[in-house]
Write a protein that binds this ligand. Structure first.
Ligand code: PEP
Ligand code: MG
Length: 575
């Protein structure tokens, strides 16, 4: 038995046979031939290869959208963008003209792009370097006429082990035959990790040596909770892991019963439980898990990795589809929140030295071109408002002036679209995210201009503790259980309630079972979270006493550290 450690990228346990995926080398001869072409032949071959590779990418984009989701399919748009890019094509052709062999010319330019991505500070973009390398592989495959990989021909349930898996390889894979993933490379934002989470399959990535340690058909335990791969385990360990796997499945089924129940605390306090949605394919699971609405629709997924910005008509169609699917349950459309750690390549925004404090989210309204993006989103949401319960929410607001301007943009858009002949619902609510401490501290100054507040604890925590949410080196400081965060939440709820405005939380804190008694005790109105956690949170609410939570809260908010708060909550089982 041997155990290899890695990064837990998608939770759960899988036990099964290894399918060791190694990149094909049988095409080496064909590749060699590419190096003997004349300059003219190489240029023609390259142009044909570009067209074939784009055609192939279009096909796998379609398969991925169907099997995994719209959002995950976006990576192929980004890859097609590179192949279509004039700068990319010209750079390769120039190299060929200068006498560089076709394959060297392609890899030389691809390596330049990979290098640029690797230098980016954000880990999400660093990990996109692997996706760019995949563009090179796609192009070479097109040049030698290679179509499918062994992953497309799986015939039994297996755990895929590979050095690295590219988007096109995972797209072609027979997904119903895969029960887990283990890779040498990649982090929790790598493509394989994203796909594994979307498919609800355990994954351990970044283990450095799993692909060189296991052999084809070895039996492994893939522990996606702790990030371990146990190779050829003895019978007793296999049995105990199998029991754990079955227990987890049973627990999941038991908790799942709470999904469809309308819950309140034992003394009758009702708290709205809604879903955060960041991709179209998350809608159905949200309904299955009992979401009472969408508490945060991250509209960024309609823009990230897309070749062009969506038009108002595209947004209207998608918003309408979501509202119809939610069947009169409320949907909070958050206007675009890019900048900070999220970039849209098609906007080509200027690089900032401190992007989290820069031109981000609703601050776009101060830029003529970017302001229009927000206006288009507001107009699309208003037009869709007859198909359900629309709420519009603005991210990254810091000042009262901004919220006044944003509210008047909504009012102006309403007049405009009505003049254009569209009917707009009178009950559209307008809210603001509490992510910047200034809103939390002066919440009563903002209350007259909004219908609701939604606390984005992910950003609020980073701004309160001055600790970048994406930087592992300050992860010890970034903790949403910090008393400063809870005390600001208290201030927001009390201030908003004084003005008759409701408050929700849509940051990750909303899905923390441990934090639930504090949030209930502080009289939160709504919690919005990844839909997988909804049944568990609903179950916990039915066990809580609102009165007891209120009393305990007083003590908890006086504790000095995040650790003291966590320990207190963990030790007081009554909560
Ligand atoms: C938040 O900041 O808590 C939030 C929900 O927004 P995002 O994570 O999308 O920045
Ligand atoms: Mg945020």
């Amino acid at each position: 038995m041997q155990t290899i450690e890695g990064i837990p990228a998608s939770t759960g346990i899988a036990i099964g046979k290894v399918f060791l995926y190694e990149k094909n080398t049988e095409y080496n001869g064909l590749m060699e031939k590419l190096n003997h072409l004349t300059v003219e032949e190489a240029k023609n071959k390259f142009n044909r290869g570009i067209n074939d590779a784009i055609k192939h990418l279009e096909q796998i984009r379609e398969i991925t959208e169907k099997e995994v989701g719209f959002d995950e399919a976006g990576i192929f748009d980004a890859q097609m963008l590179i192949l279509e890019d004039d700068d990319f094509q010209t750079a390769v052709v120039n190299e060929i003209t200068n006498g560089v062999k076709l394959l060297d010319a392609i890899w030389g330019v691809i390596d330049y792009y990979v290098g640029k991505f690797k230098l980016m500070e954000n880990s999400y973009f660093q990990e996109r370097a692997a996706d760019i390398r995949d563009v090179g592989n796609q192009l070479i495959n097109a040049l030698i006429g290679k179509k499918t990989s062994a992953l497309a021909e799986l015939t039994e349930k297996v755990i895929i082990v590979a050095k690295e898996l590219s988007p096109s390889e995972t797209a072609e894979m027979r997904k119903n035959m895969v029960i887990g993933f283990a890779t040498d490379l990649g982090g929790s934002a790598s493509h394989v990790a994203i796909i594994a989470r979307a498919l609800n399959i355990p994954a351990v990535v970044g283990s450095s040596k799993i692909s060189t340690t296991v052999s084809q058909d070895d039996v492994v335990i893939l522990d996606g909770i702790k990030g371990k791969i146990i190779i050829n385990p003895p019978r007793d360990i296999l049995v105990s892991y199998d029991e754990m796997r079955k227990r987890m499945l049973l627990e999941q089924q038991e908790v799942q019963k709470y999904a469809k129940i309308d819950v309140s605390t034992i003394d009758g306090k009702k708290i709205g439980i809604l879903a955060n949605i960041g991709a179209m394919e998350e809608l159905e699971p949200a309904l299955q898990n009992g979401a009472e609405g969408v508490g945060l629709l991250r509209t960024e997924f309609l823009y990230l990795q897309k070749r062009i910005l969506p038009e108002e008509e595209d947004l209207f169609r998608i918003f309408k589809k979501i509202l119809v699917a939610m069947d009169e349950k409320p949907v909070i459309f958050r206007t675009l929140d890019v900048g900070g750690d999220k970039e849209i390549p098609s906007l080509q925004m200027q690089k900032e030295t401190n992007p989290f404090l820069g031109l981000r989210g609703s601050r776009f309204i101060s830029d003529v071109k970017l302001r229009n993006i927000i206006l288009v989103q507001i107009r699309a949401a208003l037009k869709a408002s007859l198909y359900g319960k629309v709420k519009i929410m603005f991210p990254m607001v810091s000042t009262v002036e901004e919220i006044i301007e944003l509210s008047s943009m909504v009012a102006e858009c309403k007049l405009q679209v009505e003049r254009e002949g569209f009917q707009v619902s009178d009950s559209v609510e307008v809210g603001v995210m509490v992510e910047v401490p200034s809103i939390a501290i002066c919440v009563e100054n903002f209350a007259p201009y909004v219908d609701f507040f939604s606390i984005g604890t992910n950003d609020l925590t980073q701004y309160v503790l001055a600790s970048d949410r994406t930087n592992e080196t300050v992860a010890n400081i970034y903790d949403h259980f910090h008393p400063a965060v809870f005390n600001l939440i208290k201030q927001v709820i009390h201030g908003a309630h004084k003005h008759g405005k409701w408050v929700g939380i849509c940051g990750e804190l909303a899905s923390e079972v441990l934090a639930l008694p504090v949030l209930v005790g502080l009289e939160i109105d709504e919690l919005s979270m990844n839909s997988k956690t909804i049944p568990l949170i609903k179950k916990r609410i039915t066990k809580l006493s609102f009165d007891k939570c209120k009393t305990e809260c007083q003590k908890i908010l006086k504790l000095a550290t995040a650790k003291e708060i966590r320990d207190y909550l963990a030790e007081n089982s009554i909560l």
